[in-house]
Design a protein around this ligand. Structure first.
Ligand SMILES: Cc1ncc(COP(=O)(O)O)c(C=O)c1O
Length: 369
């Protein structure tokens, strides 16, 4: 049976060009910090990668800090706050990824209060509520660019404007936005990224840290990455990540159109074949590659397991503990019932999927239901 992978929001396969590129660049082994010629060769490539990433995002090269992944980036941004010695609050949306919400809560131990902005039924943060939470003691506002669960695009531009007016730094977890929606870092203080979400290898990511903004590193030592992230850089990973980003941006319109077409076809066919399905955020602005579907009759967990046996790989919106399905806490916060919050399945499309797989995927879903 042909395997169909529709879990690209969890991780993506490498693009073939990125694979080739890794094979070609693997010979470069120098440590970018070494002062001799071998190190210099590695350093030149590293800085070229930084320039490319910066230019694609419209920022300056020293504002790009390479690291291991978005979890590290998100933790670094929040833990940096604890070095300010200030007490106060942080404002996050109620649907942030755990690498944001968990570390925000950790700060609670240091007397920093976490305030959560309401997200509506469509999966979009309520601007007015968010604004009402920001005050003179707000150390940071953090709202993801795109929801990893529902694909909904958050109003980061408007939030950036608000934060500018109030003089509050803004962080955005941009993991699910890369190559899918036009990203603007204007007014953003910190942004975090993970390579494996956009067809680059795992174990490599980067942070955007706006020049001049407060930042204390999590990792100290050799002073790599302008002193913002010590540790020898993952050179091959970084080069491959910069290559993947370049390829994705080269054909941005074409790629996003393909993804949108696959997602829309999938949802249209699914609605025809499986009466009663509901798509979360259908009327909101969405990343073109994610489809969060609430099914009638079965839990998301059961569906994902059955689909896995049918060779279709996707993700359940809820966890399972000791045989019991735990409702998706974000759906609950958005106003869905407990039952609905156990019935979500996320299908996410990537650049290596094709239309034929979309048709076949709907057939398999219809079969297991
Ligand atoms: C929105 C978002 N933020 C952060 C992360 C964490 O990324 P990583 O596991 O690569 O650190 C993910 C991964 O699923 C994500 O979707």
């Amino acid at each position: 049976m042909r395997r169909i992978y529709l879990d690209n929001a969890a991780t993506t396969p490498l693009l073939p060009e990125v694979k080739d590129f890794i094979c070609r660049s693997i010979e470069v082994f120098g440590n970018p910090s070494s002062p001799h010629r071998v190190g210099e060769e590695a350093r030149e490539l590293l800085e070229l990668a930084r320039e490319n990433v910066a230019s694609l995002l419209g920022v300056s090269p020293p504002e790009i800090i390479f690291n291991s992944c978005a979890t590290e980036g998100n933790n670094s941004v929040f833990i940096s706050l604890s070095f300010t010695g200030r007490r106060g609050n942080v404002v996050i949306s109620s649907i942030e990824h755990k690498s944001v919400s968990a570390v925000a809560r950790e700060l609670g131990r240091n007397g920093i209060v976490v305030r959560e902005a309401i997200v509506n039924r469509e999966g979009v943060v309520e601007l007015e509520h968010l604004e009402s939470l920001i005050d003179g003691d707000t150390l940071l506002v953090s709202v993801m660019s795109v929801s990893n669960e529902f694909g909904t695009v958050q109003p980061v531009r408007e939030i950036a404007k608000l934060c500018r007016e109030k003089g509050t730094p803004l962080h955005t977890d941009a993991v699910q936005a890369v190559g899918k929606v036009k990203l603007s870092l204007e007014g953003v203080g910190y942004a975090t990224f993970s390579g494996h979400k956009f067809h680059a290898p795992k174990g490599v990511g980067f942070m955007y840290i706006k020049e001049g903004i407060f930042f204390k590193p999590l990792l100290v030592g050799g002073g790599q990455e302008f002193g913002y992230r010590s540790g020898t850089e993952n050179l091959h990973g970084i080069l491959a990540m910069a290559k993947a980003l370049e390829l994705i941006y080269e054909d941005f319109e074409k790629n996003t159109e393909r993804l949108r077409h696959m997602r829309d076809t999938f949802e249209r066919l699914l609605e025809e074949r499986v009466p009663g399905v509901r798509i979360v955020g259908k009327h909101a602005k969405r990343n073109p590659s994610i489809s969060a579907v609430i099914f009638p009759g079965k839990t998301g967990w059961e569906i994902v397991e059955s689909l896995s046996q049918e060779g279709l790989f996707c993700s359940s919106g809820s966890a399972c503990s000791s045989g019991e399905v735990i409702p998706n806490e974000h759906l609950l916060k958005m106003g869905y019932s407990e039952e609905e919050a156990t019935r979500m399945v996320r299908f996410s499309f990537g650049l290596l999927n094709n239309e034929e797989e979309v048709y076949e995927a709907v057939e398999r879903v219809a079969r297991v239901l």
